[in-house]
Design a protein. Structure first.
Length: 255
């Protein structure tokens, strides 16, 4: 078994079904939601907390997910918990052109609006800049199990290009986005892989982690010294195509 095949086989073994912690919202509009009760008792949110029509809320242009569709099963579980217990935390929005733009809480919004068919949702309104909205959208999602390393890496790159951040400045990026140096280097490894791997990642960003990308990059560099560039890429492509086919098939079975 070649080094490439070993690494991709290990990546398959490391893929796990993730669970999402429930968030909630009460469904009977005549009662206060948990968010509203906390605001009343402790002034936790102050005047920034509002109950808004879901029709007034637009999606964030800075959403880090490359694949727009959310996991249907996880979203239904969230909606069920919201129906039973009520909305625990408000979503975060900002005023924009007479409406509101989502900053954080995309899954809650989808569950409340699209599955539960509720007309209103508790919102925390923050008047922030484009830069702050983009930063919040990424930082709030960066440690979520359902956001892949490839999506995080692309969101980092997009933010750097949009706002002039130096993506090669390790100290700045790790502090700005609250990630470790090790995570930074793993994410950057994804940009150093061959184009045929990038093509697979664009179709399914979850198919390869930053850790696996780092190991593949190292193995590819060693193989180039031993076999030459063309032979190394051909061998990697062969194992990648086999891995990707099996990964897609397994995903269909598991979902």
């Amino acid at each position: 078994m070649s080094k490439f095949n070993q690494l991709l086989h290990k990546q398959k073994q490391e893929k796990k079904v993730t669970s999402i912690q429930p968030e909630n919202q009460q469904t009977q509009e005549e009662h206060l939601s948990p968010v509203q009760r906390r605001a009343q008792t402790g002034n936790q949110y102050g005047s920034a907390l509002k109950r808004l029509s879901v029709d007034l809320i637009d999606p964030s242009p800075y959403q880090p997910r490359l694949v727009a569709a959310l996991d249907t099963q996880d979203l239904q579980e969230l909606a069920d918990n919201i129906r039973q217990h009520g909305q625990i935390n408000p979503i975060v929005v900002r005023p924009k052109n007479g409406r509101y733009e989502l900053i954080g809480g995309e899954r809650r919004l989808h569950a409340i609006r699209d599955l539960l068919k509720l007309k209103d949702i508790d919102c925390l309104i923050k008047d922030v800049s484009d830069e702050k909205a983009a930063l919040t959208a990424l930082v709030d999602n960066i440690n979520r199990a359902d956001l892949s390393d490839y999506e995080i890496a692309h969101a980092l790159l997009n933010n750097c290009e949009r706002f002039g951040y130096p993506i090669d400045n390790v100290e700045f990026i790790t502090e700005k986005f609250n990630i470790s140096r090790n995570k930074y280097y793993r994410l950057m490894s994804l940009f150093e892989l061959p184009e045929f791997i990038h093509a697979g990642l664009k179709n399914d960003p979850t198919c390869l982690s930053g850790s696996a990308a780092s190991l593949i990059k190292t193995a590819l560099n060693k193989a180039k010294d031993q076999m030459g560039m063309e032979s190394s890429l051909n061998l990697l492509r062969k194992h990648w195509e086999s891995y990707l086919s099996e990964f897609k098939l397994t995903n269909r079975i598991n979902t």
